[in-house]
Design a protein around this ligand. Structure first.
Ligand code: AMP
Length: 455
C-alpha cells in the first residue's frame, strides 16, 4: 500500500470544520485591519530563498526541498512566505501603486525537518506583511493582529515575547562585544554553536543545548546596546502593546532564525503544546526589499504555524466545533421514485438548503437511520398514497410532529419551498457544540436559534 510521505498529513473531512473556523477568524481579523490577501506560487527559484533567508540559516542550509526541474532550473518548494511576497511586491511594482501595502496569506510551506509533534515537512502558515512604512505602529499592529487571532480562538496560555535587533551597524558592533565575551569559552560550546560563532554569532542564542545557554549567562545583550533610533522605536512598540492591553515580556535572547530581521522581533509562545512551543514569530525586515533588487522599503511581518495553533486549541479545548448537520433528508418510500427525489433535492439545494438523500437503494428503515446519523432537522417522505395525491409528508426529527405539504399545485415551486422553509424555522435542532468534556452537546436549541442556551 502506498502511504503518505513522512512528515505530511492528510486533512480529513472530520478535520475540516476546525480549519474552516481558524481560516475564517484569520480572514476576518486581517480584514478589520484592512490587510488584503496575496497568494504566491508554491515553488520559486532557489536563489530567492538563499538570498533572502540567508545561506547560514537552518532553513537554507538543511531544510529546503530543492530540485532541478526538467528544464534544468533550480527550484525550491517555499519554506516560508516573506521571500515570495517581497519578490511579488517588487515584480508587480506594488509600491508604486500605493505607498503602504498591507498583505496577508494562508499557505502550505515545506521544510525537510525531522518530523515530531509540532514539526512537519508540509505544514501551513498564515501571516501578515506590511510593506512600505518604518512606523513602529505597524510592528504593534501586527503583534495585535496575531494576538487577537489567538485570543479569538479562545487560547489562554500565551506569552508574547519581544526584542529588538537594532539597525545593522549596532548589530555589527554588538557581535564584536559578544565575540569578545565568548572568546575564551568557544571550546566549550557545542559543535553547532562553534560554527555559529564564526558564521552568525547571534544565533548561538537559539541553541537549545543547556551547556551553551549556561555559557551565555552574563553575556552582554543587544537590547542594552541599542542605537537611539531603535531604542525609541522599541519604546513605541511597547507603548502600543500596553495601550491595547497585550501583556508582553522583553526577551533579549529572541534573535529569530532568519538573517533578514532588523529592529523589532517577536514570538508568541503557548504553554500547552509541549517542546515546540512557538506558535508564531515575526519582526521588522527593513533591508530585505532592497536586498532582493527593489527600492529601499521598510517592512514588518509575522508567520504563524496553523497545525501548532490547532494543537494548542485542541489541548486547551479552546473552541467548540459543531457537528455537521443537514437541513433536510428526503426519504424515498417507493423504489421507482428515485428521479423524483433527486429532482426535489436539486430544487431545494438551489434554494440554499443542505439536503441529502439515498443513492444506494437502501430500505426505508436504513434511510431513516441515515437521516438520524446526519442529524437532519426535518425529513421529507416521498411516495405512498400521499404522493399519488401530489402531497408529501414533512417530519420534525426532534418532536416527531408531521405536516402534509402540497407539491404539485397550480402555483409554482416557490410555494413548496416557502412551506418547507416555514416548517424548518419551527423545528428544534441538536446544539452539537463541544461540551467542556470534549463531547458533542446533545441539548436542543429553541426553534429559530442555532444553539442550546448553554452555548
Ligand atoms: P518560522 O517561519 O520558522 O518563524 O515559523 C513560524 C511558525 O511556523 C512557528 O512558530 C511554527 O508555529 C510554524 N512552523 C515552523 N516550522 C514548522 C514545521 N516544520 N512544522 C510545523 N509548524 C512549523
Amino acid at each position: 500500500m502506498i502511504k503518505a510521505i513522512k512528515g505530511t498529513k492528510d486533512l480529513l473531512p472530520s478535520d475540516a470544520p476546525r480549519w474552516h473556523y481558524l481560516e475564517s477568524i484569520v480572514k476576518n481579523i486581517f480584514s478589520n485591519f484592512n490587510y488584503k490577501e496575496i497568494r504566491t506560487p508554491v515553488f520559486e527559484v532557489t536563489s530567492l530563498f538563499a538570498r533572502s533567508i540567508g545561506e547560514e540559516t537552518d532553513i537554507v542550509g538543511k531544510e529546503m526541498y530543492t530540485f532541478e526541474d526538467k528544464s534544468g532550473t533550480n527550484v525550491t518548494l517555499k519554506p516560508e512566505m516573506t521571500a515570495g511576497v517581497v519578490r511579488a511586491f517588487i515584480e508587480h511594482s506594488l509600491g508604486a501603486q500605493q505607498s503602504l501595502n498591507k498583505l496577508f496569506y494562508i499557505s502550505p510551506m515545506f521544510r525537510q525537518e525531522r518530523p515530531q509533534a509540532g514539526r512537519l515537512r508540509q505544514f501551513h502558515q498564515f501571516g501578515g506583511e506590511a510593506i512600505g512604512s518604518a512606523s513602529p505602529l505597524l510592528d504593534g499592529e501586527l503583534i495585535q493582529i496575531a494576538y487577537d487571532i489567538l485570543k479569538a480562538l479562545g487560547l489562554k496560555d500565551l506569552t508574547v515575547k519581544i526584542n529588538s535587533l537594532g539597525i545593522p551597524e549596532t548589530r555589527e558592533s554588538y557581535k564584536n562585544l559578544l565575540r569578545e565575551f565568548l572568546k575564551d569559552k568557544k571550546d566549550k560550546l557545542s559543535e553547532d554553536s562553534r560554527k555559529r560563532f564564526d558564521k552568525n554569532i547571534l544565533r548561538i542564542f537559539d541553541s537549545k543545548i543547556e551547556s551553551d545557554q549556561k555559557l551565555l549567562e552574563g553575556a552582554p545583550t543587544l537590547i542594552q546596546n541599542l542605537d537611539e533610533e531603535s531604542k525609541r522605536d522599541f519604546e513605541l512598540v511597547k507603548e502600543y502593546l500596553t495601550k491595547v492591553n497585550i501583556p508582553f515580556e522583553v526577551d533579549p535572547k529572541l534573535v529569530r532564525g532568519l538573517d533578514y530581521y532588523t529592529k523589532t522581533t517577536f514570538e508568541i509562545i503557548s504553554g500547552s503544546v509541549g517542546a515546540q512551543s512557538a506558535l508564531l514569530g515575526g519582526g521588522r525586515y527593513d533591508l530585505l526589499v532592497e536586498k532582493l533588487g527593489g527600492k529601499s522599503t521598510p517592512a514588518v511581518g509575522f508567520a504563524a504555524g496553523m497545525e501548532r495553533i490547532l494543537l494548542a486549541c485542541e489541548n486547551e479545548r479552546s473552541f467548540p466545533i459543531r457537528e455537521n448537520c443537514i437541513d433536510i433528508y428526503i426519504i424515498r418510500l417507493d423504489n421507482n421514485l428515485e428521479s423524483e427525489v433527486s429532482d426535489l433535492a436539486s430544487k431545494l439545494r438551489r434554494h440554499n438548503l443542505k439536503v441529502e438523500f439515498d443513492y444506494l437503494q437502501r430500505s426505508v428503515k436504513a434511510q431513516m437511520r441515515e437521516a438520524n446519523r446526519m442529524k437532519a432537522k426535518i425529513t421529507l417522505f416521498v411516495g405512498g398514497d400521499e404522493y399519488s395525491e401530489q402531497k408529501i409528508n414533512v417530519k420534525d426529527m426532534y418532536s416527531s410532529v408531521e405536516q402534509i405539504i402540497k407539491i404539485k399545485s397550480e402555483e409554482n415551486d416557490k410555494i413548496i419551498i416557502k412551506d418547507i422553509r416555514k416548517f424548518l424555522s419551527q423545528v428544534r435542532q441538536q446544539c452539537g457544540w463541544m461540551t467542556t468534556k470534549g463531547k458533542h452537546c446533545k441539548k436542543y436549541a429553541q426553534p429559530g436559534s442555532k444553539y442550546c442556551h448553554w452555548h
